[in-house]
Design a protein around this ligand. Structure first.
Ligand code: G4P
Length: 541
């Protein structure tokens, strides 16, 4: 569909939307920055409320912590704020590395990412993995170098590392004067002014003093050699980095870099402004619909009139009395208004939510209207899976939601055999949620659970008991890997499954997988059956 104004009734709305996630290593300052962004956009009034929730979560025992995290992740999965007449959707990502699969899926629902780096530690392990996902999708990344009020590394050194790790050039937008005790502030390369640092949490960003860089003698008088050193290193940085190229940033080939101190409210407004001024509004998404062996590809524009979206997260309701779930849909096009009739592409059935909500900072509220880029939560009693495409009638299929081949497996043994039905229901639902991957061996026998991180097993065991009253024992399994299997012809597939009947299993989406006990298994099987395709990653299709 054309994007000309007559065919794009929602263009004005989609253009003012920004949907992003923060990626960082634990302790770099994600919680602090999230809170400050909400505070400065006016979305929350009370400083400390996001942090307070994080604190309660640390004060509890292991599984309580898991519960709390789930609670928190429902409450703060999505935070919407209004800033400079823009609707900004911030998607939260789980902090623990064992839930990284969740994070990868959240990253498929955003249009840009904000990378927070601790200036003393540089790019750390968990950030590196998340960057990889962004890079695969060419997601534009804004970089915030945090904690400049501490003794940290030289800014040039940090830029160099970011550049190496990201594999893309950095373009500094602000530049620090000093650090730690002698942190004087940041020079803004756009406005050509220095914002003077002052510690404390009370100050609003607009209250910081600014001095034009042209007033050099004044700056030298105030900040002495720190200022001159900063000028020199800034010159070096500018000389070594390319010109700012907005198109290159949007293509994920350049990152703007900001310096600051989140806890001191310093340098945060610059990031919020960058989200509005630089980060992209929702872009078109490709639908690849396969029917009868034929794939029809269609480009869906955000301003298109028809509703389309994809389920990137499914979360069980925290209320034990309600066995319902919230399906988080990232809208790709159209407009949502209450009562709109929607269908699930996979089943062709109507989606009948009991409630439909948006996420206003920390509250859930009934949706009035929503557009491409927004996230809406549909409370349902089932019938929706992770990766489902939701439309208001058209046949579309968004692909690309990743499932990773598990590296850890356990078998599930039910302590009370009379609870088999509950166990099956529980595993089916937890599998659909993506909390765990469930494999049913084709030869029968105990169900297998597959995970990327060990904590996922603990969550599932706990949830099976508390939500489904199914007390299970998890026993280690001989399997150490799985590969999803496809073949060009049904005959080839049959020959393969006949050769390894005891290794074949179906996952929650009924996709065939080959279970392995060592990496050699795959190699051997591949040598024997060169025409079979072994996939370490399954994209929901
Ligand atoms: P995370 O969500 O990425 O895990 O990090 P979080 O915001 O919780 O920040 C981790 C720690 O770093 C917190 O300290 C926080 O106060 C501190 N921090 C965040 N930004 C800055 C900054 O700009 N400068 C300095 N010096 N510290 C910063 P904590 O001791 O774990 O918690 P708290 O007792 O300070 O709340």
């Amino acid at each position: 569909m054309s994007a000309s104004p007559s065919f794009a009734p929602f263009a004005a709305e989609t253009r003012r939307r920004r949907t992003f996630a923060i990626i960082s290593h634990p302790d770099a300052g994600k919680t602090t920055l999230t809170e400050k962004l909400l505070l400065f956009s006016g979305a929350i009034q009370i400083a400390g409320s996001v942090k307070a929730r994080k604190a309660t979560r640390h004060a509890t025992s292991d599984w309580m912590e898991i519960e709390k995290q789930r609670g928190i992740s429902v409450a703060s999965s999505v935070m919407q704020m209004l800033y400079r007449d823009h609707v900004i959707n911030l998607l939260d990502t789980p902090g623990h590395k064992d839930f990284s699969e969740d994070t990868y899926r959240v990253l498929t629902a955003v249009d840009s990412a904000l990378m927070v780096i601790d200036a003393a530690n540089g790019v750390e392990a968990q950030t590196r993995r998340l960057i990889e996902v962004c890079r695969q999708r060419n997601t534009p990344i804004i970089t915030f170098v945090n904690k400049m009020d501490r003794e940290v590394r030289e800014p040039l050194d940090i830029l160099d590392e970011v550049e190496r790790e990201l594999g893309m050039p950095c373009v500094p937008m602000t530049w620090p004067v000093g650090q730690g005790k002698s942190f004087g502030g940041i020079m803004n390369l756009r406005t050509k002014a220095m914002t003077v640092f002052d510690s404390g949490q009370e100050r609003l960003p607009q209250d910081f003093e600014t001095i034009p860089l042209a007033d050099r003698s004044n700056l030298i008088a105030r900040f002495g050699s720190e200022f001159e050193t900063a000028e020199q290193s800034m010159e070096l940085a500018i000389g070594a980095s390319p010109e700012w190229d907005h198109a290159a940033f949007l293509a994920g080939k350049q990152t703007p870099v900001f310096f600051g101190s989140g806890v001191n409210n310093f340098g945060v407004m610059e990031v919020l402004d960058a989200l509005v001024d630089l980060a992209p509004s929702p872009r078109s998404r490709m639908s690849h619909l396969t029917t009868g062996g034929q794939t029809v590809t269609k480009e869906i524009q955000p301003e298109d009139e028809n509703f389309a979206g994809v389920v990137f997260k499914v979360q069980a309701n925290m209320d034990a009395n309600h066995r319902d779930r919230i399906a988080f849909v990232r809208m790709a096009s159209g407009k949502y208004v209450p009562g709109k009739k929607l269908k699930v592409q996979r089943t062709g059935k109507e989606l009948r939510p009991t409630s439909v909500v948006t996420f206003l900072s920390q509250r859930r509220e009934a949706v009035d209207e929503a557009y491409a880029g927004d996230i809406i939560g549909f409370t349902t009693h089932g019938g929706v899976q992770l990766g489902d495409t939701i439309t208001d009638g058209a046949n579309l299929q968004f692909t690309g939601l990743p499932f990773f081949a598990p590296e850890l497996f356990t078998t599930v043994i039910l302590r009370n055999p009379l609870r088999t039905k509950q166990l099956q229901q529980g595993l089916a639902q937890l599998g659909e949620e993506g909390a765990i991957q469930v494999f049913r061996p084709q030869m029968g026998g105990s169900m297998l659970l597959g995970a990327v991180g060990q904590l996922q097993f603990e969550v599932v065991q706990h949830r099976l008991k508390s939500e489904y009253d199914a007390d299970v024992k998890l026993e280690s399994s001989q399997y150490t890997g799985a590969r999803w299997i496809t073949a060009d012809t049904p005959a080839e597939l049959r020959a393969f499954t006949d050769a390894y009947p005891q290794r074949m299993a179906l996952d929650a989406a009924d996709t065939l997988a080959f279970l392995c006990t060592s990496p050699y298994d795959v190699r051997l099987a591949q040598e024997r059956f060169p025409k079979i395709h072994f996939h370490p990653l399954r994209e929901h299709a």
